[in-house]
Write a new protein. Structure first.
Length: 180
């Protein structure tokens, strides 16, 4: 059985990093990237723990351990991961009056894909945060079609496209303002 909760132990952060390392684009073949999707940005334990201390991350888990994660990234972390700063700048420009939250990254273990874990984590995410925030913003590489399709099905809409270092990114937003 898959359940959802917020991170409460160091061992859970370590499991997140392990799952992340197995899904980075740099360790996957071109075929795996196209079929399974990929992670672009790697986190250190220190930054992951710092983000978690500010607002605990969301995890999907079974009795065997973590099978998915959705990182919580408060806008105050906009300069902690330089690759993500442009995302925050674009969100500020396109959502000037929004109290938004950023999805720091989402990943599901390969053995648990197509089982509703993605939607389950996002449903739990919204349940936890929709009273405090107007919506959720994130960026997805346009080459990650699996992730873009999954995000669209969860309710995200494209706000903007930008190109950085040869990669095209979609800035996407899930508006929760009507859910309060």
């Amino acid at each position: 059985m898959i359940a959802y909760k917020r991170v409460s132990r160091t061992s859970e952060l370590e499991q997140i990093l392990d799952l992340q390392s197995r899904n980075m684009a740099k360790v996957l073949s071109a075929g795996e990237i196209k079929k399974e999707g990929f992670i672009t940005v790697g986190h250190t334990f220190d930054i992951l723990e710092k983000m978690n201390s500010a607002s605990p991350h969301i995890i999907a888990y079974t009795s065997q351990g973590i099978v998915g994660y959705a990182l919580v990234m408060l806008p105050s972390f906009r300069n902690e991961i330089p690759e993500l700063t442009p995302m925050f700048e674009a969100a500020d420009r396109l959502l000037p009056n929004s109290n938004y939250l950023a999805m720091g990254q989402i990943c599901i273990d390969r053995d648990y894909r197509k089982m509703g874990v993605f939607k389950g984590m996002y449903s739990f995410y919204k349940e936890v945060f929709h009273r405090e925030f107007d919506g959720l913003v994130t960026e997805v590489a346009t080459t990650n079609q699996r992730s873009l399709a999954a995000h669209r099905s969860a309710g995200f809409e494209i706000l903007n496209t930008r190109v950085a270092k040869g990669t095209s990114w979609e800035l996407i937003y899930w508006d929760w303002s009507g859910a309060k």
